[in-house]
Write a protein that binds this ligand. Sequence first.
Ligand SMILES: [Zn+2]
Length: 235
Amino acid sequence: MKIKYNPLPSYGDHMTLKKFIEMVETGCFIDYDGCGYYATKTKISDKLILPSHITGREQRFSMETGKFTTVNIKKTIDKNFDYVVWYYKIGDKMCKKRLTYIFNHYKKTFNLKTTLCFKSNGEFSFFRPIDNKIFIIFPYSVVEAIDIGFNITVISIGEFKNLCQTSEEGYIFILLHEIKHAIDYTHNYIRFQKEAKKYNEINLNLQPIEKRADKFAIKEIKKWRKKKTKVNFTD
Ligand SMILES: [Zn+2]
Protein backbone atom coordinates (compact mmCIF):
# COMPACT_ATOMS: atom_id res chain seq x y z
CA MET A 1 0.00 0.00 0.00
CA LYS A 2 1.24 3.47 -0.86
CA ILE A 3 2.18 5.56 2.15
CA LYS A 4 0.38 8.87 2.51
CA TYR A 5 1.91 11.95 4.07
CA ASN A 6 0.42 14.91 5.89
CA PRO A 7 1.93 18.01 7.49
CA LEU A 8 3.10 17.46 11.06
CA PRO A 9 0.24 17.89 13.52
CA SER A 10 0.48 20.64 16.11
CA TYR A 11 0.06 18.06 18.85
CA GLY A 12 1.69 14.71 19.44
CA ASP A 13 5.41 14.22 20.07
CA HIS A 14 7.67 14.40 17.04
CA MET A 15 10.91 12.55 17.78
CA THR A 16 13.63 10.56 16.08
CA LEU A 17 13.04 6.87 15.51
CA LYS A 18 16.15 6.23 17.61
CA LYS A 19 14.68 8.13 20.54
CA PHE A 20 11.35 6.33 20.13
CA ILE A 21 13.05 2.93 20.26
CA GLU A 22 14.95 4.03 23.36
CA MET A 23 11.74 5.11 25.04
CA VAL A 24 10.07 1.80 24.27
CA GLU A 25 13.05 -0.21 25.44
CA THR A 26 13.15 1.64 28.73
CA GLY A 27 9.43 0.96 29.13
CA CYS A 28 8.31 4.57 28.73
CA PHE A 29 5.88 3.74 25.93
CA ILE A 30 3.65 0.70 25.76
CA ASP A 31 0.80 0.01 23.33
CA TYR A 32 -1.75 0.91 25.96
CA ASP A 33 -0.40 4.48 26.25
CA GLY A 34 -1.05 5.55 22.70
CA CYS A 35 0.19 5.02 19.20
CA GLY A 36 2.82 6.30 16.81
CA TYR A 37 3.16 7.02 13.13
CA TYR A 38 6.33 6.97 11.09
CA ALA A 39 7.38 10.44 10.05
CA THR A 40 10.02 12.48 8.28
CA LYS A 41 11.52 15.70 9.51
CA THR A 42 8.54 17.68 8.22
CA LYS A 43 5.71 15.21 7.49
CA ILE A 44 3.76 12.50 9.20
CA SER A 45 2.95 9.28 7.38
CA ASP A 46 -0.07 7.03 7.80
CA LYS A 47 2.15 4.06 8.66
CA LEU A 48 1.56 2.91 12.19
CA ILE A 49 4.35 2.08 14.64
CA LEU A 50 3.49 0.57 17.99
CA PRO A 51 5.77 -0.20 20.91
CA SER A 52 4.96 -3.89 20.43
CA HIS A 53 6.49 -3.71 16.94
CA ILE A 54 9.77 -3.02 18.69
CA THR A 55 9.49 -5.34 21.67
CA GLY A 56 7.85 -8.17 19.72
CA ARG A 57 5.41 -8.65 22.57
CA GLU A 58 1.81 -7.68 22.09
CA GLN A 59 -0.83 -7.50 24.80
CA ARG A 60 -4.14 -8.85 23.60
CA PHE A 61 -7.43 -8.45 25.33
CA SER A 62 -9.81 -11.38 25.31
CA MET A 63 -13.50 -10.57 25.34
CA GLU A 64 -14.22 -14.07 26.58
CA THR A 65 -11.93 -14.17 29.59
CA GLY A 66 -11.74 -10.41 30.17
CA LYS A 67 -7.99 -10.74 30.55
CA PHE A 68 -4.86 -9.60 28.76
CA THR A 69 -2.45 -12.15 27.40
CA THR A 70 0.99 -11.53 25.92
CA VAL A 71 1.50 -12.81 22.41
CA ASN A 72 4.85 -12.91 20.65
CA ILE A 73 4.73 -11.09 17.33
CA LYS A 74 7.30 -10.43 14.64
CA LYS A 75 9.43 -7.38 15.33
CA THR A 76 9.02 -4.81 12.57
CA ILE A 77 10.92 -1.55 12.41
CA ASP A 78 10.90 0.40 9.16
CA LYS A 79 14.38 1.86 8.99
CA ASN A 80 13.42 3.91 5.94
CA PHE A 81 12.06 6.46 8.38
CA ASP A 82 14.07 8.62 10.75
CA TYR A 83 11.21 10.06 12.78
CA VAL A 84 8.07 9.08 14.65
CA VAL A 85 5.08 11.07 15.87
CA TRP A 86 3.73 9.65 19.10
CA TYR A 87 0.19 10.37 20.23
CA TYR A 88 -0.82 9.88 23.80
CA LYS A 89 -4.11 8.16 24.22
CA ILE A 90 -5.77 10.96 26.16
CA GLY A 91 -5.09 13.37 23.35
CA ASP A 92 -3.01 16.39 23.91
CA LYS A 93 -3.42 19.58 25.86
CA MET A 94 -3.06 21.65 22.72
CA CYS A 95 -5.69 19.66 20.90
CA LYS A 96 -8.08 20.06 23.83
CA LYS A 97 -7.38 23.77 23.88
CA ARG A 98 -8.25 24.11 20.22
CA LEU A 99 -11.40 22.06 20.63
CA THR A 100 -12.44 24.12 23.64
CA TYR A 101 -11.79 27.33 21.73
CA ILE A 102 -13.91 26.17 18.80
CA PHE A 103 -16.63 24.87 21.10
CA ASN A 104 -16.82 28.20 22.94
CA HIS A 105 -17.18 30.01 19.63
CA TYR A 106 -20.32 28.01 18.75
CA LYS A 107 -21.60 28.11 22.27
CA LYS A 108 -21.60 31.89 22.10
CA THR A 109 -22.81 32.18 18.50
CA PHE A 110 -25.74 29.83 18.99
CA ASN A 111 -26.44 30.75 22.57
CA LEU A 112 -26.01 27.20 23.85
CA LYS A 113 -26.01 26.04 27.43
CA THR A 114 -24.14 22.94 26.39
CA THR A 115 -20.96 21.90 28.15
CA LEU A 116 -17.99 20.07 26.69
CA CYS A 117 -16.44 17.15 28.44
CA PHE A 118 -13.26 15.21 27.56
CA LYS A 119 -12.78 11.62 28.51
CA SER A 120 -10.27 8.95 27.68
CA ASN A 121 -10.35 5.25 27.23
CA GLY A 122 -13.26 5.10 24.89
CA GLU A 123 -13.94 5.12 21.27
CA PHE A 124 -16.56 7.63 20.37
CA SER A 125 -18.09 11.05 20.76
CA PHE A 126 -21.68 11.85 21.55
CA PHE A 127 -24.16 14.48 22.57
CA ARG A 128 -26.17 13.65 25.68
CA PRO A 129 -29.47 15.58 25.79
CA ILE A 130 -30.29 14.69 29.40
CA ASP A 131 -27.62 17.06 30.71
CA ASN A 132 -26.86 18.91 27.47
CA LYS A 133 -23.28 17.68 27.30
CA ILE A 134 -20.93 16.87 24.46
CA PHE A 135 -18.46 14.11 25.17
CA ILE A 136 -15.28 13.77 23.17
CA ILE A 137 -13.64 10.53 24.11
CA PHE A 138 -10.05 10.28 23.07
CA PRO A 139 -8.85 6.86 22.06
CA TYR A 140 -5.45 6.49 20.41
CA SER A 141 -5.66 8.77 17.44
CA VAL A 142 -8.26 9.78 14.96
CA VAL A 143 -7.07 7.25 12.44
CA GLU A 144 -7.44 4.50 15.01
CA ALA A 145 -10.67 6.02 16.16
CA ILE A 146 -12.25 5.59 12.77
CA ASP A 147 -11.14 2.00 12.63
CA ILE A 148 -12.75 1.22 15.94
CA GLY A 149 -15.98 3.01 15.06
CA PHE A 150 -15.98 6.61 16.12
CA ASN A 151 -19.44 8.11 15.95
CA ILE A 152 -19.00 9.29 12.38
CA THR A 153 -21.20 7.89 9.72
CA VAL A 154 -19.84 5.55 7.11
CA ILE A 155 -20.74 8.06 4.44
CA SER A 156 -18.78 10.82 6.03
CA ILE A 157 -15.68 8.76 6.73
CA GLY A 158 -14.98 8.70 3.01
CA GLU A 159 -15.48 12.41 2.69
CA PHE A 160 -13.83 13.00 6.01
CA LYS A 161 -10.58 11.40 4.95
CA ASN A 162 -10.24 13.75 2.01
CA LEU A 163 -11.54 16.62 4.02
CA CYS A 164 -9.34 16.58 7.02
CA GLN A 165 -5.75 17.44 6.32
CA THR A 166 -4.47 16.40 9.72
CA SER A 167 -5.72 14.08 12.42
CA GLU A 168 -6.32 17.13 14.57
CA GLU A 169 -8.95 18.14 12.06
CA GLY A 170 -10.57 14.81 12.70
CA TYR A 171 -11.25 15.82 16.27
CA ILE A 172 -12.57 19.17 15.12
CA PHE A 173 -14.86 17.38 12.67
CA ILE A 174 -16.25 15.15 15.37
CA LEU A 175 -16.76 18.10 17.68
CA LEU A 176 -18.62 20.06 14.99
CA HIS A 177 -20.87 17.08 14.37
CA GLU A 178 -21.83 16.95 18.04
CA ILE A 179 -22.23 20.73 18.22
CA LYS A 180 -24.87 20.48 15.50
CA HIS A 181 -26.79 18.03 17.69
CA ALA A 182 -26.56 20.53 20.53
CA ILE A 183 -27.82 23.32 18.26
CA ASP A 184 -30.74 21.17 17.10
CA TYR A 185 -31.50 20.25 20.68
CA THR A 186 -31.44 23.89 21.79
CA HIS A 187 -33.21 25.57 18.90
CA ASN A 188 -35.28 22.85 17.31
CA TYR A 189 -36.26 20.74 20.27
CA ILE A 190 -39.46 19.27 18.83
CA ARG A 191 -37.74 18.05 15.69
CA PHE A 192 -34.79 16.81 17.74
CA GLN A 193 -37.09 14.78 20.00
CA LYS A 194 -38.94 13.33 17.04
CA GLU A 195 -35.77 12.33 15.26
CA ALA A 196 -33.97 11.08 18.34
CA LYS A 197 -36.77 8.59 18.88
CA LYS A 198 -35.76 6.83 15.69
CA TYR A 199 -32.36 6.06 17.18
CA ASN A 200 -33.26 2.48 17.89
CA GLU A 201 -33.84 1.77 14.26
CA ILE A 202 -31.15 0.28 12.11
CA ASN A 203 -29.16 2.41 9.71
CA LEU A 204 -28.36 5.09 12.21
CA ASN A 205 -26.08 6.74 9.69
CA LEU A 206 -28.96 7.48 7.38
CA GLN A 207 -31.02 9.27 10.01
CA PRO A 208 -31.68 12.89 9.04
CA ILE A 209 -30.31 14.05 12.38
CA GLU A 210 -26.95 12.43 11.61
CA LYS A 211 -26.82 13.56 8.02
CA ARG A 212 -27.47 17.11 9.12
CA ALA A 213 -24.72 16.94 11.72
CA ASP A 214 -22.22 15.67 9.17
CA LYS A 215 -23.23 18.29 6.65
CA PHE A 216 -22.72 20.99 9.25
CA ALA A 217 -19.29 19.61 10.18
CA ILE A 218 -18.23 19.40 6.54
CA LYS A 219 -19.28 23.00 5.95
CA GLU A 220 -17.81 24.43 9.14
CA ILE A 221 -14.46 22.68 9.12
CA LYS A 222 -13.46 24.67 6.05
CA LYS A 223 -13.83 27.86 8.05
CA TRP A 224 -11.56 26.59 10.77
CA ARG A 225 -8.95 25.51 8.29
CA LYS A 226 -8.89 29.01 6.81
CA LYS A 227 -8.73 30.56 10.24
CA LYS A 228 -6.10 28.17 11.50
CA THR A 229 -3.21 30.52 11.00
CA LYS A 230 -5.08 33.61 12.16
CA VAL A 231 -6.54 32.29 15.39
CA ASN A 232 -4.31 32.12 18.40
CA PHE A 233 -5.50 29.03 20.20
CA THR A 234 -3.11 29.39 23.07
CA ASP A 235 -4.87 32.31 24.77
ZN1 LIG B 1 -24.33 12.11 15.71
